[in-house]
Every structure is written in C-alpha cells, then in structure tokens.
Design a binder for this molecule. Structure first.
Ligand code: HEM
Length: 772
C-alpha cells in the first residue's frame, strides 16, 4: 500500500512534472513558514526556491528520476537570472557545476566533468516477512503505569542521554523569544499542534559574528539552520499511516507485510566475529567525525507530558503508546526481549496541521562549533569564565557538570560540561572536545597579548570566529577528503582553494541538516567505532587498554591521568587504525551499547536502533536514495547489473535473507553495506553522495563560511591564508603533551602504503595573532 503523498507517479515522470508539483507544494509551505524580515517579499523567496528546485531536478534530487530529466540547463539559467539579485552569477554557476559534477560522478560509469577544477590544496533468500512478535508492539494497550515498571539499566541510560538532549533542546530554545519558545516546547512536550514556527527575530546584516542559536545566518529565512527548527529532507517521508502523516513510522514493505525486525537485520548483516581494521585511517578520524556530528545535529526524543522520560518496555513486553516504537530481540541475546525505543519528537505539525511529521534539530545546523560554544547565549554564558574571552576548564580538561546525572548513574562519575551534552559518551570524543576547548583558550590568550585593548566579549567572539574558521578548514580539507576521496572532493567543490577567498555563498540554498543525513548517512561512523580505548606513551606505544563499553559515560578514564588522560588517549587515537567502514559493527556497540556493568545482558544494539530510527523518521528505502543520487535502483537480488551492483555477493544473500522486497531495504542497511568505489574512499557511493551534498549545503549556504569573501562577516585575505595553514595536527601539538605528530593526522603513521612520518610540532605553523 503506497501511503498517501508518496508520489510514485512523479517518480517516473519527467522533471517538469516533478518541479511543478514541488513548487506547488512549496508554495503552500511558504505561506505559513516564511519569514520575510529585512524587507523581503515571499515572491522573491519563491523564486529562490524555484531556482534551487530546478537545479535539484536536474541533479535528480527530490523525487525525480535523474535519468528521465531533459536537459534543463537553459531553464535553470533563466530561472537563476530571474531569481538572483544578490548572488553573483559566477558563484552560482560554480555551485551548480559542483552539484552537477557530484551527481555525474555518482552515476555508474559517470565521470567528473571537464570543468572540475584541477587544483591542489595546501594540506593535503528467501523473502521473509517481519517478525510476528512485532505485532505485539502495536497491539492492545496495556494499562501499565510508568512507576510500576522494572528499571532497565540500559534503557535508563539511553533515556538519560535522551533527557540530556531534551534538556539541551530546552536550553537551545531559551535563546528564542518567549512566545516561540513556549510554542516549540509545547509541541514537543504536549504534542500540541504547532507549525513550522516563523521565528520572529530581527537581524542586523552588519553583525560581524554568528548568532549563538544559528538564527540570522540567512537574512531572508532567518530561522534557517537555527537550534530548535525542523530537520529538512532530501526526499519526502514515507510513513506507515494511510495519510503518510507520521502517526505510524514506516513499518510495512512494498507488498504490505511488516518490515523485518531490526535486530534480525542487525544479526544477519552487521554481525562480525572478526574485526577488520583499516590499513590507512586512525581512531582520531572516527571521533573527529563524531565531534562534527555533534556540532550539526541533535534529535530530541519525546518526553512525557510531566517532563519525565518515557519507558517503552515493561520487561519483555512492549508498552503501547504513540511515543513508543520498541522492537523485539531473540531470547537470550539481551536481558529482556523488548528493546526500548522512544520516537523522535515531532515538530508539532502532526496531527492537526496538514503535513507529515518532521523531526527537530535541537542544535544549530551550521559548522559553527556549537559543540564547544553551545547553541544559545545562555549556554555560552554558563561555559564562559566572563573574563579575557576564556572558557571554563578543569585539570582534566572540561569543566564538571554536576547537574548531569547520566555519568553518575553509569559509573558514579561526574559528567563534563561542554557546548554539547553528549561530550562524555566516550572518552575518545571527550578528547576532541578538550582539544578545541584548549585551543579556544590558547587563541584568546594570544589575542589578549596582540590586542591588549580588547575586552572579554571581543576576545571571546574573535577567538570563536578564528577557531571556527580553522575547524571548517579542517573539515573540508582534512576530514572530508579522507572520508570521501581526495580527487573526488576537489572535483565536486568540497575542498577549499589553496589560497584566498571564494565567492560562493548563496542565500537561496538551505543549509539546515537533512533528516537522512542524521538518521542514516553520517551514522556510517558507527561502523568505524572499535572495541577499545587505549593509552599510548610518548613513543606512541600502547600502554593501557579498556573495553569500549567500560567507558560509555565514564569520565574517570579522562580523569585518570596516571594511566589514561587526554594526552595518552590522544596519542593512541592518532596511532591506532580504526575499523574498516563496512557492513560490520563492533560488538561493543552492537551488543554492549550502554551496558550495565552489573548485568552485561542489559544493553542495546546501536545498529538496530539506527534502523528503527530511520523508520521512525519515515526515511524512504535505500533504492529511493540510490535514485536520488543518480544511480539505478536495485531490481534483483544479485550484484550483477540491474541488482545491488555496489555490494558483494554474500551481502546480497544476507539482505535477501531478511528483506521481502528489494525496495524494502532500509537506507542505513543498504548504504552501509555498499563497497567503496575506489581505494581512497571510506564510504560507499550512496553515503558518499548524501554526505557530500549535505556538506555542500553547509558550505554554500553558510554566510559566515570562513572562505567566503565578505567585508562584514569574513576574514581578510591575509587572515584567510593564515587559517588555511592550520591543521588538526597543529591543534593536537599545541594542546596535548606531545612533541611529534604526523601532519596528516587521520593517516596512521604505521600505514605502509603511505608512510607518513611524524614531524616535530615546531614545524606546524601557528596562527599569526597580529593579523586579526
Ligand atoms: C562509541 C562511539 C559512538 C557511540 C556510543 C554512539 C552512539 C549513538 C547513539 C546511542 C545514537 C542515537 C541512536 C538512536 O537513534 O536512538 C547515535 C546517533 C548518531 N551518531 Fe553515534 N555513536 C558513536 C559514534 C559515532 C560516530 C563516530 C559518528 C560519525 C562519524 C556518529 C554519528 C551519529 C549521528 C549522525 C547520529 C544521529 C544524531 C542525532 O540525530 O541526534 N556516531 N550515536
């Protein structure tokens, strides 16, 4: 049964029909969503969106089939000419070229167009139905009171985490005006009808610095990318209710039967007895990725009307309530056969507003180091010392957060405080937080010397602006090329120019984080996560090691400077291979996630949670995203042309053993199990496409992007060139107790293919503070 609103007809139609229907649809959106401060009219916004839709249609984005779209180049040019008044044409053409190249190169046999800039950079069987037990999940209501429930340790922990995110959401909202805050908060907590809230903020186009909550980045849609706004989408959702509103998650397959159980899929596809490792990249890359993830997305889950956590399992039994979407697990694998799962909080569009359920992003979408500085003024005030532009620290690195009890529940330790509340999830992530916190304070201290007249606010803002620029440079010139492939990243326009500015900002692009990026594509990092946390001595030899599950929310590993601590863990991260990005997940996160130390079976399966989250968010199946990326959908259970061409034969057999139909394969499962197209790429082609598109949006839609030329918000030529000399290796050197490091930090020095030798830290250039 195709849910209402799933426009299969359009999928096969030509691009014009697609554009027309999308424009019609979006016109409706603009009548309630838009915010036209600064003298902008809705008409102009529609033109901007039209331009974007036309470009998107050409690229095969939305629901259009890229193969059937006629050449729309001239149409695009006309629309662009009509729509653009504030973005120079040259920039727009370059952005279009970059998006085109991305999709072309995604197509089988596709190549990167001749217009790709040749630049170098400064750095571097049997179909089965779903489990019948699943039916229990949506069966009769059981009159169970929350307070009667047996405590599930693992569930408690997960929900503690979730509660933190929820607190975070509230904190983020506090930066908004009271009226809006109240409405979003009600929508999340009481499921009251709400809409995409037109946030009434007045923006000053001459503000030099980003707003803490991400508003005013786009001066025409002032809430774009702001904390507490809906996640946008690559493809419209496919939910399980007949109206496609999201009342039920995506639960049924193409032929109407229940989708397979997530744990069953996880056992069939993600389980590995061996643990293959990369022969190139190290653990630092994995957790820098996690740090970036926590900068751009935090999806709050539902909480009860009284503000307490929701429990979706009563021992082995699922609790039936609309906020719950638990699933069964085979007996003996976990303490209970019911795995807790609370649905993500809706934006409030459902059930009264005529539009499908959307999920929130509690933090800013921008690559703005909100993981360090928070997503509201209030958070920054708490994190700041109030003098000399410095942020609070402790001897272990991050300041304590006694108000956060998730670490106390887990290991009787005190959590840390940072811009993102997930900072203590694993010590490997905490190290990244410590690095950037210390670098901020170092920059502020140096700026005070070079600019003695600057006050606290000025020092804080300038240090934040510089560090965010350095961080963006690292993301686009170190992390993404390693993840997606160096040449490919250049060709699609992800990497920076070696020197100077670019002028590629477009106010017509939506820079907010896409749902499928957070709920699936960027979770590819879960496959990179290993089994342990180690510590290395000054010769980079491992001297200590712990199982990963012993460190979840356990800040003692960071505090234990005699055995672990940030420096030793940091050395270990930079000198130990991470796991291969493949269809396998470490048992530490697949069987022991947030495990109760006293009861090892009381744990969660991250792979299964990812599958369930994708269904909760109504993400369409893997095949739809293949089309989105300009590739043919898999029509047969083979890995020959017409089938799963990006998979190996064993994987296809495993997929077939659980899924009833090729179109039912979940995005996370289908894309994670793809093989990379080239040896220098970590991820398979579908995730590569989705991640690249998302990061193109982050770059081109961010008015404050470090490389954009702007006399108001940007850096001077000398400053931008100074920032382009910076590396994560430099940050490592200056903030951990080490003397040598490999300049390309994510490449393991033991890598025999690329014997990157460690160099003296003194050879890594620092910033010139007199330039700012
Ligand atoms: C030991 C390391 C990690 C742990 C324990 C962990 C755990 C989790 C958990 C529990 C969730 C929420 C699952 C749900 O939907 O219920 C999550 C979400 C997510 N994770 Fe991880 N993760 C780890 C590493 C990573 C890495 C390395 C990356 C990427 C490079 C990553 C990317 C994401 C993303 C994008 C989300 C969605 C966030 C949101 O929408 O709020 N994670 N992770």
């Amino acid at each position: 049964m195709a849910p209402y609103g799933r426009n299969d007809k359009n999928d096969r139609s030509n691009g014009f029909v697609c554009i027309y229907s999308k424009l019609k649809q979006n016109y409706g959106v603009y009548t309630h969503q838009g915010n036209y401060q600064i003298g902008e009219s809705p008409r102009r916004e529609q033109l901007g969106e039209m331009r974007f839709l036309l470009i998107s249609a050409l690229l095969g984005l939305y629901t259009c089939n890229a193969q059937s779209i006629p050449n729309l180049d001239s149409l695009i040019d006309d629309a662009v000419d009509e729509a653009i008044t504030d973005t120079p044409k040259a920039s727009t053409q370059e952005i279009n070229t970059n998006f085109r190249n991305l999709i072309r190169s995604s197509r089988p046999g596709g190549s990167i167009g001749p217009t790709a800039p040749q630049q170098s950079t400064t750095s571097t069987g049997v179909p089965r139905r779903g489990s019948t037990r699943r039916a229990n999940l949506f069966g009769r209501r059981r009159p169970i009171r929350q307070q009667d429930l047996p405590a599930s340790r693992a569930a408690t922990l997960t929900e503690k985490t979730a509660a933190n995110v929820q607190n975070r959401s509230r904190a983020a909202l506090s930066a908004l005006n009271d009226n809006v805050k109240e409405r979003i908060s009600n929508a999340v907590r009481k499921r009251e009808p709400d809409i995409f809230v037109p946030i009434t903020v007045s923006c000053n186009p001459f503000d030099k610095y980003r707003k803490q909550d991400g508003t005013c980045n786009n001066l025409f849609r002032t809430n774009m990318g702001a904390a507490g706004t809906p996640q946008s989408r690559f493809l419209s959702p496919e939910y399980g209710d007949p109206w496609n509103l999201g009342y039920y998650p995506r639960t049924r397959g193409k032929d109407g039967s229940l989708l397979p159980n997530p744990r069953r899929i996880s056992n069939a596809v993600f389980r590995s007895l061996s643990s293959p490792k990369s022969n190139k990249f190290n653990v630092a890359m994995t957790h820098f990725g996690q740090f970036v993830d926590h900068d751009v997305i935090a999806t709050p889950i539902e909480i009860d009307t009284d503000g307490t956590d929701i429990e979706c399992c009563n021992g082995n039994f699922p609790i039936i309530r609309p906020e719950c979407f638990p699933f069964s697990t085979p007996p003996g694998e976990f303490l209970y056969t019911c795995m807790n799962f609370v649905r993500s909080a809706p934006t409030g569009t459902f059930p009264f507003y005529p539009g499908p359920r959307q999920q929130l992003n509690a933090i800013t979408s921008w690559l703005d180091l909100s993981s360090v500085y928070g997503s509201s003024d209030e958070e920054l005030n708490v994190l700041s010392t109030g003098s000399d532009g410095l942020l609070k620290t402790s001897s272990s690195g991050l300041p304590d957060n006694p108000d956060d009890d998730s670490c106390a529940d887990a290991f009787n330790s005190v959590c840390f405080n940072a811009g993102d509340h997930r900072n203590s999830e694993v010590p490997l992530l905490t190290v990244m937080h410590i690095l950037f916190l210390r670098e901020h304070n170092r920059i502020a201290t140096k700026l005070k010397v070079s600019h003695p007249g600057w006050n606290n606010d000025k020092l804080l803002n300038e240090a934040r602006k510089i560090l965010t620029g350095v961080y963006q440079h690292i993301v686009y010139n170190e992390f993404l090329p390693d993840l997606l492939g160096f040449d490919w990243s250049i060709a699609v326009g992800l990497m920076s120019q070696p020197q100077g500015h670019t002028n590629l900002y477009s106010s017509f692009l939506d820079g907010s984080t896409r749902n499928a990026f957070g709920a699936a594509a960027f979770r590819m990092g879960h496959s990179l996560v290993g089994n342990s946390v180690g510590a290395s001595n000054s010769l980079f030899n491992e001297i200590q090691s712990k199982k990963l599950h012993e460190t979840f929310f356990n800040t003692e590993t960071i505090r234990d400077s005699a055995h672990f601590g940030p420096t030793r863990i940091g050395r270990w991260m930079s000198s130990n291979f991470n796991r291969e990005m493949d269809r396998f997940l470490s048992e530490e996160v697949r069987d022991h996630l947030f495990q109760d130390e006293n009861n090892p079976l009381d744990a969660l399966d991250l792979g299964a949670l990812n599958i369930q989250r994708g269904r909760d968010h109504g993400l369409p199946g893997y095949n739809r995203f293949r089309q989105f990326c300009g590739r043919f959908p898999a029509a047969f259970w083979t890995n020959t042309p017409g089938g799963f061409v990006d998979h190996d034969a064993d994987t296809v057999t495993r997929l077939q053993s659980v899924y009833g139909n090729v179109d039912d394969v979940d995005l996370f499962v289908g894309a994670l199990s793809e093989r990379p197209e080239s040896p220098d790429t970590v991820v398979g082609p579908t995730f590569r496409c989705l991640i690249a598109v998302q990061f193109l949006y982050y770059k081109y839609a961010d008015r404050f992007f470090y490389e954009h030329f702007s006399p108001t918000t940007g850096f001077s030529l000398a400053q931008v060139n100074d920032i382009k000399k910076q590396t994560l290796a430099g940050i490592y050197c200056r903030n951990l107790n080490i003397n040598k490091i490999q300049p390309k930090i994510f490449l393991n020095p033991d890598n025999t293919e690329d014997p990157t030798n460690r160099i003296d830290c003194s050879n890594l250039p620092d910033l010139n503070f007199y330039l700012y």
